[in-house]
Write a protein that binds this ligand. Structure first.
Ligand code: SAM
Ligand code: SF4
Length: 458
């Protein structure tokens, strides 16, 4: 969500003449977009702001702005505690940025804007996307959250759930597609409840509308809350052609006692039933999840229940988090806190178990041919995952199941055979823990539909 918000920040500042600076030293304005989900992220934001002191001293005209969830949470305290900061803006103030920046430039004043409204933020259309070399982009379809999981700061810093109108979402995606984007990830804290409060269309209906956008190859979404994952959405994996075969379904814990204390409103059994339904509709679907270890009161038995669930589901991959107390989140006041060394020990055990399943799932793909959306050049040119030197360009892309695939195309790309943004079939030859290695099959150029330009697909 912060990646998306950062792009919108850059976009609203374009009419003021700002553009992305190649280095931080060359910048006239620095935007620090913060995350408050865990204490570590918040500390990082403050230590980064501390490092900007010297820069501001050398360049007094520099404007430093702090946005995002930490800004929303701490408000004026940041202005008081960090003298080099000119503007603190909350999660719902992005569209008011141009006005604030103009005032700061003219009057050299310092501003805090953390006002929360019940209206959805919309941004002007028709401004060229600022980051224009991406094949895949995020698109926020709703903001805020009404679920109040007891560990989570999001409802407190992003406000109540509000959905964007479908026509605004569709227009935004159309503009991205015209700029060359091929894949979008629709974002919301709980996409299942999209449009319900406002009486808009349902999320599966929105997916159908996005599916009709010409020139778009793939659709992903995140996040779906297990309690609300509907039969209609499960069926979408079989019926919506461009929807990728991957769902991120955060379980958080395998213990019913802990799920109850987290206020997640589903049981382990219900979660497993949904997994079964998904796999029945779409047998090859990749399933990933989030797990928090060391939630207050988590016993050894609760943790074992989580490990058992991981063994039963066999996730494709996991995001694992050590529980972190957050200001305003009720769990911060819960007793029976799990000591840090115990938390780290459990995290390590969970990671090792998941590594086994991630590798197992990747190995199962060796020998198959997967359609890959090529996203760009791989950072590691010239080698096959550090083993052999290879002539040709090393490309990177992802399978529909969201697995990274690297491969070599022996040709040096010219404008005519640049594979970026194309869907090509790749035969998987090797599996590693975080990526796959493959060989393109039957690569032959053919024109692809991209408005205003010609590129080539295999
Ligand atoms: N809305 C999503 C959902 O309900 O699954 C989650 C969004 S949250 C931004 C991303 C993840 O951060 C959560 O799924 C959870 O695992 C983790 N998280 C949130 N608060 C946390 C906390 N206080 N300590 C540790 N992890 C946390
Ligand atoms: Fe946080 Fe729960 Fe909302 Fe997800 S659903 S953002 S974890 S409160």
């Amino acid at each position: 969500m912060n990646v998306y918000d950062s792009e919108q920040i850059a976009k609203v500042l374009t009419p003021l003449g700002y553009e992305i600076s190649p280095t931080i030293e060359a910048a006239d304005l620095i935007m620090v977009n913060t995350c408050a989900i865990r204490e570590k992220a918040e500390q990082k934001a403050f230590s980064f702001l501390g490092r900007l002191t010297a820069l501001k001293r050398r360049k007094p005209g520099l404007i430093i702005c702090v946005g995002g969830c930490v800004a929303q949470q701490e408000g004026r305290m940041i202005i008081e505690r960090v003298p080099q900061v000119d503007l603190v803006f909350g999660t719902q103030a992005i569209n008011r940025l141009p006005e604030h920046i103009r005032n700061i430039s003219l009057k050299r004043c310092r501003i805090t804007d953390v006002e929360m409204t019940r209206e959805i933020m919309e941004f002007p259309s028709g401004i060229k996307p600022v980051v224009d070399d991406n094949i895949t982009r995020f698109v926020t379809i709703m903001r805020g959250c009404d679920n109040y999981c007891t560990y989570c700061v999001v409802p407190h810093v992003r406000g109540p759930e509000i959905s964007r109108r479908p026509e605004n979402i569709i227009n935004e995606i159309r503009e991205l597609v015209e700029a060359g984007v091929k894949e979008v990830t629709l974002l919301g804290q709980n996409v299942n409840s999209y449009g319900m409060k406002e009486g808009l269309c349902s999320f599966p209906e929105l997916l159908k509308l996005v599916n009709e956008i010409e020139g778009l190859s793939r659709i992903r979404f995140t996040t779906s809350h297990p309690k609300d994952l509907s039969e209609e959405l499960i069926s979408a994996f079989a019926g919506i052609e461009k929807l990728c075969s991957h769902i991120h379904l955060p379980v958080q814990s395998g213990s019913d006692t802990i799920l109850k204390r987290m206020n997640r409103k589903y049981t382990r059994e219900l979660y497993l039933e949904k997994i079964e339904r998904l796999r029945k509709i779409s047998p090859d679907i990749a399933i990933t999840s989030d797990i928090i270890v060391g939630f207050p009161g988590e016993t050894e038995d609760d943790f074992r229940a989580t490990l058992d669930l991981v063994k039963e589901v066999e996730f494709d991959s996991l995001f694992t988090f050590g529980y972190s107390d957050r200001k305003n989140a009720p769990a911060a006041r819960f007793s029976e806190k799990v000591p840090d060394d115990k938390k780290n020990e459990r995290l390590q055990e969970l990671l090792e178990l998941q590594e086994y399943y991630t590798v197992k799932k990747n190995r199962a793909l060796v020998g198959s041919t997967e359609p890959i959306l090529v996203e760009g050049f791989s950072k590691k040119q010239g080698t096959e995952d550090g083993q052999e030197r290879f002539a040709g360009i090393r490309w990177t892309g992802r399978t529909s199941t969201n697995k990274i695939v690297n491969f070599i195309d022996a040709k040096t790309p010219t404008d005519d055979d640049n594979l970026m943004g194309n869907r090509i079939d790749v035969m998987i030859e090797k599996a590693f823990s975080h990526s796959l290695w493959g060989r393109p099959v039957n690569v032959k150029p053919m024109p692809l539909r991209v408005k205003g330009e010609e590129s080539y697909a295999a």
